[in-house]
Structure formats: C-alpha cells, structure tokens
Design a protein around this ligand. Structure first.
Ligand code: CA
Length: 248
C-alpha cells in the first residue's frame, strides 16, 4: 500500500467515484510558479499606507487568491465603512499593480519548472488558473515556462467574475480543459485558493511556499500538502500514478 492511498480513498469516497483518471492540472501562479507573494504584500501595504488606511502586511497573505478589487473593497469597508463599486475598486487596483512593478523583479519558484515537466511527462495537461491581473508576471509565463502552458489554457482575472475562494476560477479551468472535476488536480499555495479548489470538486494539492502553516492549508480543504515545490516535483510522478490506480 502506497503512502497516498488513504488520502486518495478518502477523496474517492467524498466524491462518490471509484477511480480517477487525471488528465489536467489546474495551476495557480503567485506563490506556485513565482516567488511573488512577498512583493504583493509589500505593494498592498504601500498602497494603503499612502491612503492613510491601517493594514498589517501579513494579512495580505490571507487574502491571496481574491481579486484585487475584492481586497480593496474589503479594506475600505473595514477601515472606512465605505462600499466601493467594482468599477471604483478596479480603478484603484492600478495603484497596487504600479507599486508591484516598482519593486525588484520576482523570481520563478524553485522547483516549479520540474513540477510542470513532470506533469507533461505523465501526459497531464497544464492549465493556468490565477486571480491575478498583473500582466507583467502573466506575460513571463512564455519565457520561464516556454511551451508548458498553451495560450488557450489560461484563466486570469479577466475571465472570472468571482475570485477565490469562490470555485468559479477552477470550474472555468475544468471547462477549458474539457474535464470533469475528478479528472483534474488543483495545485495551490494559499488558504482561499485551496478552498476554491476543494469546492470545485478536484483533488486539491497545497504546497507551503510562504509563511502560511501547513495546518491552515489542511483546514482549508487540501487533500495533500507538500513542504516545498522541489519536494512536490520529485514526488509528483508517484502521486499521479497513485491517483490513477487507487480504487475504493
Ligand atoms: Ca497563490
């Protein structure tokens, strides 16, 4: 019996299916493909400091996955009791994206390239699923991860109405790949993203690539948690085999 059998059986029982056939991986961007979360939290804090609104930099790790406008609406409501419209919040999001661009360039996440090639070698299609509208990072996908994401296999902020934790981004990813929830895995690093992945029905994998503790990802609904991207990349072939062969 392999080490993933128990967690896979629990998932099968929860979904009411007796086996899986993984065809697609729905992959988050910030904190998974790019070591970008620290810069995002700094950019948010800069923006709200300049507006005279009180925030804690670390709180932005917890909002990771929400759309930018939803984060702005949350802080305005909390700090000023003001309900900003989607249009107003979207306009303000430009300040945050400009702050982010002013910071040192973010690096590709160590191990992420190996993770993507391991998926490709197992015949698993890669679909990008991000709540980000940060074009400067999205546009780098074709350089650092050349050939690993087809141009028509990307869900970004422009494609979704509801950000994570709403399952919409991952459901759209499943639809884009033409697969059922049980034919996809979700690869995430943040609690709200894990919640979205779990709610979409797909087997949801979390990797701790930032300060969020493992237990928080388990509590958010992760079916499996890995300690680092290189560790996940190394164990991925065995995990995919286990997902495709384990039965109730
Ligand atoms: Ca993320």
């Amino acid at each position: 019996m392999g080490k993933y059998d128990e967690t896979i059986r629990q998932y099968l029982a929860q979904r009411g299916v007796d086996r899986l056939n993984i065809k697609a991986a729905l992959i988050d961007m910030d904190g998974v493909l790019y070591d970008s979360m620290r810069n995002h939290t700094i950019a948010w804090k800069m923006m709200f400091d300049n507006l005279g609104l009180n925030t804690d930099r670390d709180e932005f790790y917890l909002y990771e996955g929400m759309t930018g406008r939803a984060t702005i609406q949350l802080i305005y409501k909390r700090e000023l009791g003001i309900d900003l419209s989607d249009e107003e919040a979207q306009e303000m999001y430009k300040i945050k994206t400009a702050n982010f661009r002013s910071l040192p360039r973010v690096e590709a996440m160590p191990g992420a390239y190996d993770m993507l090639t391991a998926l490709r070698d197992k015949g698993v299609e890669r679909v990008l699923v991000t709540g980000s509208g940060q074009a400067d990072v999205i546009n780098r996908i074709d350089q650092e991860y050349a050939g690993l994401f087809a141009a028509d296999r990307r869900i970004t902020a422009a494609d979704v109405k509801h950000g994570k934790p709403n399952p919409e981004p991952y459901i759209k990813g499943q639809q884009l790949a033409g697969v059922a929830p049980e034919q996809a895995i979700v690869i995430e690093n943040a609690p709200l993203g894990v919640q979205a992945g779990n709610a979409s029905g797909s087997f949801t994998i979390a990797i701790t690539t930032g300060p969020i503790p493992r237990q928080r990802l388990v509590d958010s609904g992760a079916h499996a948690v890995f300690e680092s991207m290189p560790q996940f990349a190394a164990e991925l072939p065995e995990l995919i085999d286990a997902l495709n062969t384990t039965t109730i």
